[in-house]
Design a protein around this ligand. Structure first.
Ligand code: GAR
Length: 208
């Protein structure tokens, strides 16, 4: 059984999708053992508490810089005997100290089809605002391994979602979550926990 640590910064609907997948048996060989938030008071922490999952808060504002925050996060992740780290709406930048502690053992869900609308500054609603501005007809979500390059790690799963003429950033965000993120994030976690993901030359292969 793999220990999964989930990093959150907000409402935690992706965390909820993972909890539901664990309860329904989609994730069979992993267990969410700790949820770490980058700020206190976020609703994701309530979701964890409602399911008796341990919570920790590592508030970014308590640390002087990215390096000291990343060191504290790497230490916390190691303390939790973590096998997999999942960024589920985690909006705080971490440096290579964390990646080096968990190579190919951290994944992130991004609300667009990478390499579109990704990288520094593209997070949350902003991603959908830019997709609408560009007028794309199709967007979606990506789950990828985390490397030191922002949104640049090996892609595990992607799912496309149609854009409607009358979409606002909010309606598009909701559809991308419902049709893509809440499905492919639990699937990717289940594949990892079942030892079905292999990374070769920056590509992810799914073993049969
Ligand atoms: C999700 O749409 C997630 O993909 C996005 O933030 C939202 C968090 O929602 N993450 C990023 O933009 C990271 N670059 P949630 O807290 O309800 O899961």
């Amino acid at each position: 059984m793999k220990n999964i640590v989930v990093l959150v910064s907000g409402g935690g609907t992706n965390l909820q999708a993972l909890i539901d997948a664990q309860n329904s048996g989609i994730i069979r060989n992993g267990k969410i053992t700790c949820v770490i938030a980058s700020k206190p008071g976020v609703y994701a922490l309530e979701r964890a508490k409602n399911h008796n999952i341990k919570t920790r808060v590592l508030a970014r504002k308590d640390y002087a810089d990215v390096a000291s925050y990343s060191k504290a996060m790497a230490d916390a992740i190691l303390e939790e005997n973590t096998d997999l780290v999942v960024y589920a709406g985690f909006m705080t930048i971490l440096d290579e100290q964390v990646v080096n502690a968990m190579p190919n053992k951290m994944m992130n869900v991004h609300p667009a089809l990478i390499p579109s609308f990704c990288g520094k500054g593209y997070y949350g609603l902003k991603v959908h605002e830019e997709a609408l501005k560009k007028g794309v007809k199709v967007t979606g979500a990506t789950v990828h391994f985390v490397t030191e390059v922002c949104d640049g790690g090996p892609i595990i799963l992607q799912k496309a979602v149609e854009v409607m003429d009358n979409d606002t950033p909010e309606t598009l965000q909701r559809r991308v979550m419902e049709q893509a993120e809440w499905k492919i994030l639990p699937q990717a976690v289940a594949l990892f926990c079942d030892d079905k993901l292999e990374v070769r030359d920056s590509r992810v292969y799914i073993k049969e």
